[in-house]
Write a new protein. Structure first.
Ligand SMILES: Nc1nc2c(c(=O)[nH]1)N[C@H]1C(S)=C(S)[C@@H](COP(=O)(O)OP(=O)(O)OC[C@H]3O[C@@H](n4cnc5c(=O)[nH]c(N)nc54)[C@H](O)[C@@H]3O)O[C@H]1N2
Ligand SMILES: Nc1nc2c(c(=O)[nH]1)N[C@H]1C(S)=C(S)[C@@H](COP(=O)(O)OP(=O)(O)OC[C@H]3O[C@@H](n4cnc5c(=O)[nH]c(N)nc54)[C@H](O)[C@@H]3O)O[C@H]1N2
Ligand code: SF4
Ligand SMILES: [Mo]
Length: 689
């Protein structure tokens, strides 16, 4: 007789945090059905969630540890592989080792990785892909508001009177947040959308503003000037809840940011800016939704500060339907940051350089020989530069669930960096472009094969529940880490038997998670952090009465507009911007192994404006050569009026036409995010053979 069961779990893709049931037949995951009791998605799913079972039992899953011998991977036992790793790792100084944690894996796994790095390897160098994603948000909002997270909840978006969506293609990248936007619109909210591309999100908008990538600060300053000139600012909020307003006002009132000048910089008609300013300034409850269009710039932190400025200016914070809603990307990027998989903090942003926090973890963990120095480590983007520019400084790399050989900027540079690494471990569910460079590859379980927790963009901590056994000898990520730690001589510090044991250790050291237990998280609505005590109901909206700074005030940061690090010129005359599509996920390890998704979009493309294409003599579907100062790729042209003239767009999912061969690894000086959203490109017809 067939054995059939349904296991409720959360989606392993985006930070929206939808729930669904995995259908398990005879011990194998074979389908997804709606779980209607989740308040986040109420049983609805986007295609990635719907088909999230398809990659799980792919024949390509890693099933056994692999050790590279004479350039070839050879299967090994866990004992051999972890012995080998421990033996090699013991030969390096702490500062020669770097670790990458993962926004794809659970809180428990990231906590374990953070403890491995700081406690076992005693290195300060730990980071993860949040660097490439919302590091500008974490740095920017921490200085503006005192806390780097999304201020309101997903459900709350529905109550907004005006949604200003800037640099977020919500309907393709956070579809079930897109659904809330539609609901707000039905309730009468005005939708303003600004993006160089007229995306499916743009098609929902009441006002669509098209502009050149890299002009966000000018646009936001221009809007603030219009709001102040019309007296739409919230004087009471500014007086009671903020400081440094005058310094900000001085900058935004400059002639540079008049609507006419902003039109010149950005390409948005002055009349549209005026309309947007009126809706934002007078709706009474305006929320901003933003994502990578704001963060992935050399001025990423300035962009985030500007978003915070406009919301403080209008008093659109701390109430329903308002807020700075930085939509976090990966399923557990919020959690990986919360767990301290960052070069500057332990869990819950307790600073590594703070002697009290350092002592707390040193004592809490009980390593007889201490932990890492109380110093900040390298960011992932800086690690790559150190590898190429200072050979010998970093020697070993331990990567869990990241694929920089396709997701980092300037892949030629990344390749040179990875070739410099003396010893590299990759822990993944598939053999990736990055794993090919490794000395040891370790097979991990995927979401369907484990219990654990992940934290969504709205700080909601939700459960993964085990549906099936792992393939072959694959193990839980934290279990693998504990095995390596034991081989290094630290079995006593990693005594965990279950994911819950890891969670319970973590929460005792983590004030914002302390009041959460596996039992409390079991209900469909789960809990939002901060949740400091077991009787605390959790916190869906931040900054209600005061900001998280010690004096409770929000801070205005004046920002001047600066052009991207590389701008078009005679040789490279177009702006290249990059991003995603609905059907695929990042480096494609999972979605390209999912037939239903891969069938929709089998390869990449470059979007070219219709007039630009006509001038270049390029027709839709034609293969072209796209070139920047860093590399070139052959890719099919998608000729469309939906992209701004002078701008081109590529998704970065596809290894055969990898956008990151072209991108610029110029970094924001504060948060070290690369400028994925703007560089200079040229496109040529391919000479006929
Ligand atoms: N289907 C799918 N969904 C995903 C992901 C995925 O890979 N696939 N990834 C997840 C992750 S990790 C993340 S971080 C999010 C990202 O989610 P989004 O940020 O929404 O996605 P992107 O496509 O990177 O960029 C968003 C938009 O920014 C626009 N843009 C380009 N240049 C600029 C600019 O200079 N300024 C502004 N304001 N906008 C600009 C682009 O045209 C694009 O439409 O998506 C998450 N969801
Ligand atoms: N050009 C360009 N590049 C970009 C961006 C852009 O907009 N433009 N966006 C950037 C952003 S926002 C992000 S977030 C990064 C994402 O960059 P990455 O995180 O490198 O991309 P992913 O493909 O999500 O890689 C995650 C890896 O985790 C593995 N994995 C999945 N589940 C598990 C698990 O349970 N355990 C383990 N051990 N491994 C697992 C997957 O197989 C995959 O290899 O890309 C960045 N790169
Ligand atoms: S919106 Fe995000 S969390 Fe929801 S089903 Fe789609 S990918 Fe999964
Ligand atoms: Mo991301």
């Amino acid at each position: 007789m067939t054995d059939l069961k349904y296991v409720t779990t959360t989606c392993p893709y985006c930070g929206t945090g939808c729930s669904f049931n995995l259908v398990v037949r005879d011990g194998k995951t074979v389908g997804v059905t709606p779980f209607t009791r989740s308040p986040v998605n109420e049983g609805k799913l986007c295609p990635k969630g719907m088909y999230a079972f398809e990659f799980v039992n792919s024949p390509d899953r890693l099933t056994t540890p692999l050790i590279k011998k004479d350039g070839k991977f050879v299967p090994a036992s866990w004992d051999e592989a972890t012995d080998y790793i421990a033996q090699k790792m013991k030969t390096f100084k702490p500062s020669e080792i770097a670790c990458l944690a993962s926004a794809r894996t659970s809180n428990e796994d990231n906590y374990a990785m953070m403890k491995l790095a700081r406690g076992v390897f005693k290195t300060t160098h730990i980071d993860h892909c949040a660097r490439l994603c919302h590091s500008s948000t974490v740095a920017g909002l921490a200085t503006s508001f005192g806390s780097g997270a999304m201020t309101n909840s997903i459900l709350d978006i529905e109550q907004s009177k005006c949604l200003f969506i800037l640099g977020s293609n919500t309907f393709e990248q956070h579809p079930l947040i897109g659904r809330r936007v539609t609901m707000a619109k039905k309730n009468g909210a005005k939708i303003i959308y600004a993006d160089p591309r007229y995306t499916p999100t743009g098609k929902q908008a009441d006002l669509y503003m098209q502009f050149r990538s890299g002009s966000d600060v000018a646009i936001l300053n221009g809007l603030m000037q219009l709001i102040i000139k019309n007296g739409w600012e919230n004087k009471e909020f500014i007086a009671n809840r903020t400081k440094d307003y005058e310094a900000m006002k001085e900058i935004v009132m400059k002639d540079t940011y008049s609507p006419e000048n902003v039109e010149k910089i950005s390409g948005i008609p002055a009349a549209q800016l005026k309309q947007a300013a009126e809706w934002i300034g007078t709706s009474g409850a305006t929320a901003i939704l933003y994502s990578m269009g704001i963060t992935q710039h050399t001025v990423g932190v300035d962009n985030v500060h500007s978003v915070a400025n406009i919301q403080m200016l209008c008093g659109n914070l701390g109430r329903p339907g308002t807020g700075v809603n930085a939509l976090r990307g990966q399923n557990n990027v919020q959690g990986a940051c919360d767990m301290g998989a960052l070069p500057v903090s332990f869990t819950a942003y307790q600073k590594v350089i703070d002697p009290a926090a350092h002592k707390k973890f040193e004592e809490g963990w009980g390593f007889p020989d201490g932990i890492c120095e109380p110093k900040n480590g390298y960011e992932v983007t800086v690690m790559m530069d150190v590898l190429t520019d200072k050979p010998g400084e970093l020697k070993a790399l331990y990567i869990m669930g990241e694929n920089p050989m396709l997701s980092d900027p300037d892949l030629t540079h990344v390749k040179h960096a990875l070739e410099e690494v003396e010893f590299m471990v990759v822990q993944d569910i598939f053999m990736t472009e990055t794993a090919e460079f490794a000395d040891v590859v370790l097979p991990a379980t995927c979401y369907a094969e484990r219990d654990g927790t992940q934290t969504s963009t709205e700080r909601r901590v939700q459960k993964w529940r085990k549906a099936q056994d792992a393939p072959g000898e694959a193990k839980l990520d934290w279990e693998i880490i504990a095995m390596v730690a034991a081989k290094m001589g630290y079995a006593a510090q990693f005594p965990w038997k279950t994911s819950e044991d890891v969670f319970n250790e973590m929460r005792m050291l983590t004030p914002s998670y302390r009041g959460m237990t596996y039992e409390r998280l079991d209900k469909p609505e789960a809990l939002h952090w901060p949740c400091p005590e077991e009787t605390h109901p959790g916190t869906p909206i931040l900054h209600g009465a005061k900001f998280a700074h010690p004096d409770g005030l929000g801070i205005f940061f004046p920002c001047e507009w600066k052009a991207p690090a590389e701008v078009p010129d005679a040789e490279y005359p177009f702006i290249l911007t990059t991003g995603r599509c609905l059907w695929h996920w990042h480096t494609g390890t999972m979605t390209r192994r999912s037939d239903s998704l891969d069938h929709e979009v089998p390869t990449g493309w470059i979007e070219i404006n219709t007039e630009d294409a006509a001038e270049l003599g390029i027709t839709d579907g034609e293969k072209v050569k796209a070139m920047t100062r860093r590399g070139e790729v052959i890719v099919g042209a998608k000729v469309t009026p939906d992209i701004m003239k002078g701008v081109m767009f590529m998704p970065f999912h596809f290894v055969e036409c990898a956008a990151n061969m072209l991108t610029n690894n110029a970094l924001d000086p504060v948060c070290k995010i690369p400028e994925f959203k703007a560089c200079a490109v040229k496109v040529e017809k391919i000479a006929e053979a």
